[in-house]
Design a protein around this ligand. Structure first.
Ligand code: HEM
Ligand code: HEM
Length: 145
């Protein structure tokens, strides 16, 4: 169960990062060229949201199954940067990032015109992407070094 979950989480990370990055780049281009918030442009943002939500769901389970997650949480481990990344910084930062993606999608749906919709996606998904990139365990992903 643990190994399978970890592999799935590791694979889904590609999809989340690719879709969120594609949604941001597309939103900037689409806003500039005044394209309607429909078709591929809207789908990239929606699929980015869905991938992020699925990652959240499985990440939460992984957190309680992994030996590096909740079971490793202790005051002593706060002083160990590798342990702190998995038990605290990675989960917390990713949850915040996924909340920002959700807020961005929700605000984009309600925005008055297509330019504002794309602007909203570019801003909120963009900040989320920076947060995600900041707390990926780069030491072990995409290839353990
Ligand atoms: C821990 C699990 C999850 C939480 C806490 C969560 C939370 C949320 C919240 C708060 C929204 C509202 C966004 C809005 O205001 O429109 C939302 C929307 C959505 N979620 Fe999740 N979600 C979770 C898991 C999932 C999963 C597993 C999927 C897909 C398989 C998913 C798919 C979606 C979709 C498609 C929407 C957008 C609906 C729309 O267009 O308004 N979520 N989620
Ligand atoms: C955007 C969302 C996320 C991305 C892109 C992401 C990405 C990753 C990556 C690339 C790894 C390393 C996998 C490997 O060793 O090959 C990892 C590990 C891990 N993630 Fe996430 N993650 C996300 C969200 C979350 C969330 C929300 C949680 C928990 C609440 C979480 C908990 C964990 C845990 C506990 C590990 C360590 C597993 C282990 O090595 O035992 N992740 N994550």
């Amino acid at each position: 169960m643990y190994t399978g979950l970890k592999h799935f989480h590791s694979f889904l990370a590609y999809l989340v990062l690719l879709l969120i990055a594609a949604a941001v780049i597309n939103a900037i281009l689409a806003k500039a060229s005044k394209r309607p918030f429909a078709g591929t442009g809207r789908k990239l943002a929606l699929f980015g949201l869905i991938a992020a939500h699925v990652q959240l769901l499985f990440g939460l389970v992984l957190y309680f199954v992994s030996p590096a997650g909740f079971s490793n949480f202790s005051g002593a481990n706060m002083g160990n940067s590798a342990a702190r990344l998995y038990m605290l910084e990675h989960p917390l930062t990713m949850i915040i990032a996924i909340v920002l993606v959700t807020i961005g999608w929700s605000k984009a749906k309600k925005a008055a015109d297509d330019g504002k919709k794309y602007g909203t996606i570019a801003l909120w998904y963009g900040i989320a992407l920076v947060l995600m990139l900041a707390r990926i365990p780069w030491a072990v992903w995409p290839v353990a070094g």
